[in-house]
Design a protein around this ligand. Structure first.
Ligand code: IPM
Ligand code: MN
Length: 360
């Protein structure tokens, strides 16, 4: 099979971590007899520098012509003062919209070997394995009107949270479908005691749930969910929520399972899927070769599973990551109790070796 992929390394640690994911993909392609066809393009701040546009036409075209897109990260402090349409993040949001990827899957798993990395007691974090399904193309991220107006000192800023019923329904269906292959519990998170969008969200998710009588639907307010995630993370299976709540809760989940650097994501629902780690550009450690590449490597596994329907290949990456962690290998974010910290490159090599070994 030809695996045609556009790689958007982006900013900060993006290039370092995508390099390792690409090496892993190359090894998997070799072992399973596929051809990896890569095109590299600029996005975010990198594209602002090269083309004065955070999502150049040429980049978007390449993505639309690919089987899948693998992205590192966008953003950085040097762009903080740029106008909104010239921010790296705007490029990513436009890319998500152009690709039509309305469902963002963010698994947060506590690997047994990493129990000690969680700030929670081992008996509380143990067994945590949740899948956050975040709505990605609507809500306050995209609602109009939005503006900042008025005289200095008395300006007014407006953002609009907006949801249409079909936008809620389609992502809810993704969550229920995925729950069928898991523990069959969906926790839908909203703020229905205050927000109209959330009341509509609750109504629509409840209606959709009738088509999935084998899946249990629970509702939770986002504030109480933030607490429950810390108190009893292992209780949750699929967590379904709107765009901004999902952004916040997924970083929290990353903290819970030991490191945001471990978290992968898949954005699906359109013709071309987008795969990215959720840690962001990490400007404080960029260029040092110490970032954890496992979130990106696991995103590559999600890409094989969701876009190329290559279950065994995806599994080979996930098994290799588990094995490397079980063997005690750690990047700096995970190196607790005097364990040696591997570089980004060394960690990538460990995963590549584990794939090679299991194929032999
Ligand atoms: C994420 C990021 C993005 C988001 C930013 C970079 C626009 O935080 O993917 O979680 O808010 O969606
Ligand atoms: Mn985020």
């Amino acid at each position: 099979m030809v695996l045609s992929t556009t790689v958007l390394a982006g900013d900060g640690v993006g290039p370092e971590v995508t390099d390792e994911a690409v090496r892993v993909l190359q090894k998997v392609a070799e072992v399973f007899g596929h051809e990896l066809k890569l095109v590299r393009k600029d996005v975010g701040g990198a594209a602002l520098r090269s083309a004065k546009d955070p999502l150049p036409t040429d980049t978007l075209q390449s993505c639309l012509n690919s089987g899948a897109v693998l992205l590192g990260a966008v953003g950085g402090p040097s762009f903080d003062e740029f106008p909104p349409h010239l921010r790296p993040e705007t490029g990513l949001l436009r890319l998500r919209r152009e690709l039509g990827v309305f469902a963002n899957l963010r698994p947060a798993i506590c690997f047994p070997a990493l129990e000690e990395c969680s700030p929670l007691k081992p008996e509380i974090i143990r067994g945590s394995d949740m899948l956050i399904v975040r709505e990605l193309l609507a809500g306050i991220y995209f609602g109009e009107p939005r503006s900042t107006q008025g005289p200095a000192g008395d300006r007014v800023a407006i953002d609009t949270m907006r949801y249409r019923e079909p936008e809620i329904e389609r992502v809810a269906r993704v969550a229920f479908e995925l729950a069928r292959n898991r523990r069959r519990i969906v926790t839908s998170v909203d703020k229905a005691n205050v927000l109209d969008c959330s009341r509509l969200w609750r109504e629509v998710t409840t209606r959709v749930s009738r088509d999935y009588p084998d899946v249990k639907l629970n509702h939770a307010y986002v504030d109480s969910m933030a607490m429950a995630l810390v108190a009893k993370p292992a209780d949750f299976d699929v967590v379904l929520t709107e765009n901004m709540f999902g952004d916040i809760l997924s970083d929290q989940a990353g903290g819970l399972v030991g490191s945001l650097g471990m978290l992968a994501s898949a954005s699906i629902g359109g013709p071309v899927g987008l795969y990215e780690p959720i840690h962001g550009s990490a400007p404080d450690i960029a260029g040092q070769g110490i970032a954890n590449p496992l979130g990106t490597i696991l995103s590559a596994a999600m890409m094989l599973r969701h876009s190329f329907k290559l279950k065994n290949e995806a599994h080979s990456i996930e098994a290799a990551v588990t094995e490397v962690l079980n063997a005690g290998h750690r990047t700096r974010d995970l190196a607790k109790g005097g364990k040696k910290a591997l570089s980004t490159r060394e960690m990538g090599s460990k995963v590549v070796e584990a794939i090679k070994k299991s194929a032999a």
